[in-house]
Design a binder for this molecule. Structure first.
Ligand SMILES: Cc1cc2nc3c(=O)[nH]c(=O)nc-3n(C[C@H](O)[C@H](O)[C@H](O)COP(=O)(O)O)c2cc1C
Length: 201
């Protein structure tokens, strides 16, 4: 087992990798990675992300089709479908309120539901979608720290993905993430210098 990387090392070493070895991945490893990624923070701790980890070759082939044939899906040991479900979140708000706030649970749940009730359906679902990307970032860094490589994807047809997994119409699909042991180096980082996107005042 290689030594886990620090966050800084994982961020430095991560690249989008689209070719993988054929090393399989265990369900246990997937659960551990996803559980760590699930430590990502979200407003009110609502955790609107949901995950389908696709290992099955036949299902991966169908998912690859929905991803416009992007080969990293087929090559991956697992491809994650990250989706967000605000209807489920709001139906079960009580489950995400910390036990330490038990005495205020009803009041907190009402206040959360009232806040979202003021939003349009569109804004509500996009709010949830945004949280999916925080989860995705945690997942990619944790995968990297464990010696796996990933490739995030927005190049897919969300309607086809929803149909493939029988997901309800209202869910959002922020991204697919292919993952496996790397079989290529990927591109070196090419990023803005701090001054192009940051300011300290
Ligand atoms: C949300 C998201 C969606 C992306 N979609 C795709 C995609 O559909 N296909 C692809 O080949 N790369 C995709 N990428 C990879 C980006 O092109 C890549 O992250 C960027 O060029 C920086 O390169 P690096 O990841 O190697 O550092 C995506 C990345 C992110 C974060």
């Amino acid at each position: 087992m290689p030594q886990e990387l620090t966050v800084k090392q994982a961020a430095n070493e991560r690249r989008s990798i689209r070719k993988y070895t054929d090393e399989p991945i265990s369900d246990e490893t997937i659960k551990a990675l996803v559980t760590t990624a699930g430590l990502a923070p979200s407003p009110w701790n609502l955790q609107p992300w949901r995950i389908i980890a696709v290992k099955d070759p036949e299902t991966k082939a169908k998912l690859m089709e929905a991803a416009y044939g992007q080969p990293q899906v087929g090559a991956s040991a697992v491809t994650f479908v990250i989706y967000t479900d605000m209807t489920d979140v709001l139906d079960n708000v009580e489950n995400t309120i910390h036990p330490g706030m038990k005495d205020r649970e009803a009041e907190t749940a009402k206040s959360i539901r009232d806040t979202f009730a003021k939003m349009s359906e569109y804004d509500l679902h996009w709010w949830g979608r945004a949280q999916g990307y925080t989860f995705m970032g945690f997942l990619m860094l944790e995968a990297q720290s464990q010696g796996y490589a990933t490739s995030g994807m927005l190049g897919f047809d969300p309607e086809m993905v929803k149909e493939l997994f029988n997901l309800p119409d209202h869910v959002q699909v922020p991204a697919l993430v292919a993952m496996g042991r790397p079989a290529e180096e990927g591109f070196s980082h090419y990023r803005h210098e701090f001054d192009a996107f940051g300011k300290i005042i």
